[in-house]
Design a binder for this molecule. Structure first.
Ligand SMILES: NC(=O)c1ccc[n+]([C@@H]2O[C@H](COP(=O)([O-])OP(=O)(O)OC[C@H]3O[C@@H](n4cnc5c(N)ncnc54)[C@H](O)[C@@H]3O)[C@@H](O)[C@H]2O)c1
Length: 355
């Protein structure tokens, strides 16, 4: 086992095997235990990946080999679980969205700081190579003034997806295309082009009549920089096509489709541009047509980074407070759709978003 950092998984649902596979493949981290309420899935996961099975989070936190806990539970219960881990002196990687309220994000950050543990978020699309290339180019000023920053996510989820587990069809549990699926790509826009000044959003349910959630989001966004953009996100559009993240500046354009660079074109062509155009794998599925249709490589980058953080005492690649503006933007879109009017940030009454 050498120097590998020990990880425990809390939750044994859809995303858990992706974490387990990433840990299995890692040279920096190893899977020690899985804890979950349902005996059958946790036993199956533990048997498949050769780790311990625990009935409760508290039981797993008794194990000194568990140095980091990955929280893989419904979005509205993350807060209490992150706090329990922090108070037990464990570092935490929490799945996205880290919480469903700004108060919870602030609270979990404060608890982890007080306990001296790291808190990272699994928003693994941020570590994709095309996104990192865009980030570096923005920071280096290659785009010039950013004019547009958009995402288009035309995905498909059959109605049974929403009934696999009760929280998937509950808005207060953090379900709905805006806070659940599009959160990744809204986060990328926030990471690349944020902060946001104002949003105007419309939410509809096109093809999931038995579910009281939006399956489609359309939003117009004004960034503080003066750039503008759109968010178009849906789980209603059969068969589901690869998501797009597009940045247009006065001096160039970059477009990621799925996880590969589709367009990378600047007025000042540089020698490295040819290599950047080849970043990513066009054949890798990125969840457009089904909830488990994606790979674990991006998860592994985030997990390896957390293992390095524990060794080095540095902050994780996606610290929780870097996700706060994304959650605020999502809440502003819910509020805007509810009120039928543009909403300016900051969000002052987050309950207004849920209503
Ligand atoms: N990063 C990604 O690409 C990605 C993909 C899928 C899901 N997710 C995130 O992972 C998390 C889990 O999603 P999932 O699809 O695996 O969900 P799931 O419903 O398949 O599994 C949830 C797990 O949590 C357990 N659970 C349910 N309620 C609980 C409670 N109150 N307390 C403790 N445990 C509880 C369930 O028994 C199950 O083990 C969510 O935050 C989701 O947004 C992220």
């Amino acid at each position: 086992m050498g120097n590998k950092i020990g990880f425990g998984l809390y939750g044994s649902g859809l995303v858990a095997p992706f974490h387990a596979k990433a840990l299995q493949a890692s040279e920096k981290a190893r899977l020690v235990a899985v804890a979950a309420r349902s005996p059958e899935p946790r036993a199956k996961l533990a048997a498949e990946f050769g780790c311990k099975a625990c009935a409760t989070l508290e039981e797993m936190l008794q194990d000194p080999e568990v140095q980091v806990v990955n929280i893989l539970t419904p979005n509205n219960v993350h807060y209490d679980q992150v706090v329990a881990c922090a108070r037990a002196g464990r570092h935490v990687l929490v799945e996205k969205p880290p919480a469903v309220s700004l108060r919870e994000i602030d609270g979990m950050d404060a608890e982890c700081r007080q306990a001296g543990v790291k808190l990272g978020v699994v928003l693994q699309c941020r570590v994709r190579k095309p996104i990192q290339a865009m980030k570096h180019a923005i920071e280096a000023g290659r785009f010039g003034r950013i004019l547009h920053a958009d995402t288009i996510m035309k995905w498909y989820r059959a109605e049974d997806y929403y009934f696999m587990n009760p929280w998937r069809s509950s808005r207060r549990a953090g379900a709905g295309v805006t806070i659940q699926h599009a959160f990744h790509y809204v986060d990328l826009l926030q990471y690349l082009a944020g902060p946001v000044r104002q949003v105007y959003a419309r939410m509809t349910n096109l093809t999931h009549p038995r579910v009281e959630l939006e399956d489609t989001l359309l939003a117009i966004v004004d960034y503080e920089s003066g750039a503008q953009g759109v968010v178009e996100a849906s789980t209603a559009l059969f068969p589901g096509t690869d998501l797009r993240v597009e940045i247009n500046g006065e001096n160039g354009t970059a477009i990621m489709v799925g996880e590969h660079m589709e367009v990378w074109k600047f007025k000042d062509e540089r020698p490295e541009d040819e290599g950047i155009r080849r970043l990513g794998d066009a054949s890798q599925a990125t969840a457009a047509s089904g909830p488990a249709a994606f790979g674990f490589c991006d998860h592994q980058v985030v997990i390896d980074d957390m293992a390095e953080c524990v060794h080095a005492g540095r902050e994780p690649v996606i610290p929780v407070m870097s996700v706060r503006p994304t959650l605020e933007w999502a809440l502003a879109m819910y509020q805007s759709a509810k009120e039928g009017a543009a909403v300016s940030l900051p969000v002052t009454d987050e309950e207004a978003a849920w209503g």
